[in-house]
Design a binder for this molecule. Sequence first.
Ligand code: SF4
Length: 300
Amino acid sequence: MTVDANKQNVQSDEKQHKVADYKRDLKPVWCTGCGDFGVLQALYRALNEIDVKPENVGIISGIGCSSRLPGYMNTYGFNSVHGRALPIAQGLKLARPEITVLAVGGDGDGLSIGMGHFPHAARRNVDITYIMMDNFIYGLTKGQVSPTTPKGDITVSTPFASVDTPLDPVKLALSFNVSFISRVFAGDLKHMTTMVKQAIEHRGFSFVHAISPCPTFRGMEEFKRVRGAVNYVEPDDEDLGSKAAAFSREEEVPGRINLGLLYRARRGTYDEEAEAGLERSLKKPGKAPAMQEILEAVLP
Ligand code: SF4
């Protein structure tokens, strides 16, 4: 097993769990053919490959079709408030560092009302995984334009076609200094499972941009359209740690969808930085007694 010991999820070399252990008997209410089914399956499998105890996992979501996901997991979960999965997930991880914490939600949830939380989660680098299920539309509210809807697309709220330039979650993540960035497609379960597993195992804030088509509001051809545009990448170690290389790869061919691990860097997590900062403060002459007093007053 390779999971960080901090997560206390490693059992032994022999697997203790089955994929079924992560599933709840509640049946998903997603439409037939929804990409979210694939993401859910990948998450079951990734957790099973890591062999984390279901009771040591917390999955927090916002509001939207994809945010129903925690209800289908036999783990702890919270289908919370629109756009607020990230602050709740960070709070959970800081309070219970030994558990594996994920935030999940859609493009509308994460890039509209919840957008303000994304850069701050990235710069804090709290050790959680954020899976954004991007279907390029608001599905739950019946097909309005979302922050990632392609320019020119007709939706119920843009009957004469969207004139907005769509956001690219991966480019945003790169500019926010996210320490692990990958992109997956709900039509490739095996690849998704590998990427989600790696994201969970990464120490720090990891981001998975999961392209998860909505056939109901974007048509039955959506899977085919995405499949025709995907391009699997495997950057070498040097390129993997270069934001410039990741940006150029994204810009290289318009319309191409790069899948894979796109960027990774190891930098101090929030708890590591906070601990180091505290140690530095305690060592400062003249400051230590006051700090010690405060700590003794607040710590149990
Ligand atoms: Fe999935 Fe779209 Fe149906 Fe929502 S509306 S469940 S995103 S197919």
